[in-house]
Design a protein around this ligand. Structure first.
Ligand code: PEP
Length: 255
């Protein structure tokens, strides 16, 4: 059965004390999660060992990283490898976030290498895709997102793909307060699933969680998560406040 997932992307926010407090607050309000529901918390690298210790013994709340490097090891000052993440008990890694693509010029080839590094090291990948506003305005978003997916993950085997979750994040909705309508989200998610089905077959596509990201909050999460092909969310701003993040988790639990 396909999992529903809510993943927190803290981005470059919170010091260690604030991070520990946020995780404690989330724990206090966390509803019971059935086997097909999962929460992922992706703090900055510096927090990972601390957050891993806080998550000890929890099976349905997993640790995520926001990035990894595209090579296995070596003279890459300042970088963190997928193997290091694995050794820090990380379960998931976000790859291809639009902020990485834009500010750090990560191109399709680099992202495909990062995906490989993550999978070699038995991490699960949250692979991000999504179009800028001009592409949406030109109504060419389906082809744009399809190309991102093909370049990032279509070199994988069917077995490898089982460890990939896609996050559709229209760039015009990230951090802007402008959410995609549930119809826009559903249309794109259905398109992404059909792209996966055409390459890997319907059963594989049916099993793959496809998350929505972009100004998701407690007030719109239930409507988004009620869409047939929206399997949860990747949450930025609203994951930094326990009450808001818990509201979104509750919407996933009830979806
Ligand atoms: C994100 O950056 O992944 C994101 C979805 O951000 P926000 O929720 O703040 O729009």
């Amino acid at each position: 059965m396909r999992k529903k997932i809510v993943a927190a992307n803290w981005k470059m926010n919170l010091n260690l004390t604030e991070g520990a407090e946020l995780v404690n607050e989330i724990f206090k309000g966390l509803p019971p999660l059935s086997e097909d529901r999962r929460v992922v918390i992706a703090p900055p690298y510096l927090h990972l060992t601390q957050t891993a210790a806080q998550l000890t013994g929890m099976i349905d709340v997993c640790l995520g990283a926001q990035n990894c490097y595209s090579e296995a090891s070596g003279a890459y000052t300042g970088e963190i490898s997928a193997a290091m993440l694995k050794s820090a008990e990380v379960d998931y890694v976000i790859i291809g976030h639009s902020e990485r693509r834009e500010y750090f010029k990560e191109d399709d080839a680099t992202l495909a290498k990062k995906v490989n590094q993550a999978l070699i090291n038995e991490l699960q990948v949250i692979f991000c895709c999504g179009e800028p506003l001009e592409i949406r305005d030109a109504n060419t978003q389906n082809a744009y997102v399809e190309a991102q997916i093909k370049a990032g993950i279509f070199h994988l085997s069917e077995l490898q793909l089982k460890n990939v979750v896609i996050a559709y994040e229209p760039i015009w909705a990230i951090g802007t307060g402008r959410t995609a309508t549930s119809e826009q989200a559903q249309d794109m998610h259905a398109h992404i699933r059909s792209v996966i089905a055409a390459q890997y077959g319907a059963a594989v596509a049916d099993d793959m969680p496809i998350l929505y990201g972009g100004s998701c909050k407690p007030s719109n999460a239930a409507e988004l998560f009620a869409c047939a092909d929206v399997d949860g969310g990747l949450i930025g701003g609203a994951s930094l406040k326990a009450a808001e993040f818990l509201g979104i988790i509750n919407a996933m639990v009830e979806a």
